[in-house]
Design a binder for this molecule. Sequence first.
Ligand code: 2YC
Ligand code: MG
Length: 264
Amino acid sequence: MALLTPQDLENLSTQLEENDEIIKRVTGLDIRGICEDLYGTKPDSQKVGIIPITSGNGIISTFTSSLLFIVEYFGFEGFVTEHPDVTGYYEAVSQGADIIMMADDHIFTAHNLRNEKIVSNHVATGVIYADIASRFTEANSKDILVIGLGRVGYAGASHLMKKGFNVYACDPNREFLQKAVGELGIKPYCSDDRKKFSMVFEATPNADTISEGMIEERCLVSTPGIPCGLPPEIGKKYRVDLVMEPLVIGVASMLYSVLQNGNS
Ligand code: 2YC
Ligand code: MG
């Protein structure tokens, strides 16, 4: 599991602004608009208790302060508990948190104490980055390529199948690929297929997973990155629009997904 570093989280608000602008340009909606449309929910100053967790590799120095920035940006009332772990959990609930956010090295979760909804960052991140890719206004077909079928990629591929897209997917792990073919009905794709895509959702922990043979002249690549799967020279040559940032978009998706919506 690739863990964030403080370096990944530097100038998060600039990364947010830049990506919000690209997303608005290529989909017609900004991050808020996509989250509202995706989940049918709107923030209303819910209290979000953010709890530092010391297990495993321990505290990432700017992780909880980054979450506080994100939570407040999207219209919630956030606080970071003074204590970590169990003491922090007790503190957050006692302080009246409606939603708890915390992460160890394996799961980063948001849990709404009022409606029992709970989500992992993997699922929320996969769903929103896949959804962004699928909203490319310049796409001229429902064909979409998913690269990587781990916890993030699988969640995104599942979401795209439910939305009725023609999902082609690849993963070096044959079991992951077979599982997704069997359970989701995605079409296996390998890079020597001559098929090109204008919408790509990339969810792997590797660089340079996107090659020239995969992408159309105009193309939107949407990925949580770290590292980026799109080689810079290909990005320039094919005028690719790239939506990629390390934490904000995934966290926005987590928060909106655990709110109460009208029809549930
Ligand atoms: O500061 C803390 O409370 C740490 N326990 C936080 C650890 C986060 C580890 N997870 C990750 O770095 C990645 C993130 C992109 C979200 C999911 N996994
Ligand atoms: Mg993100």
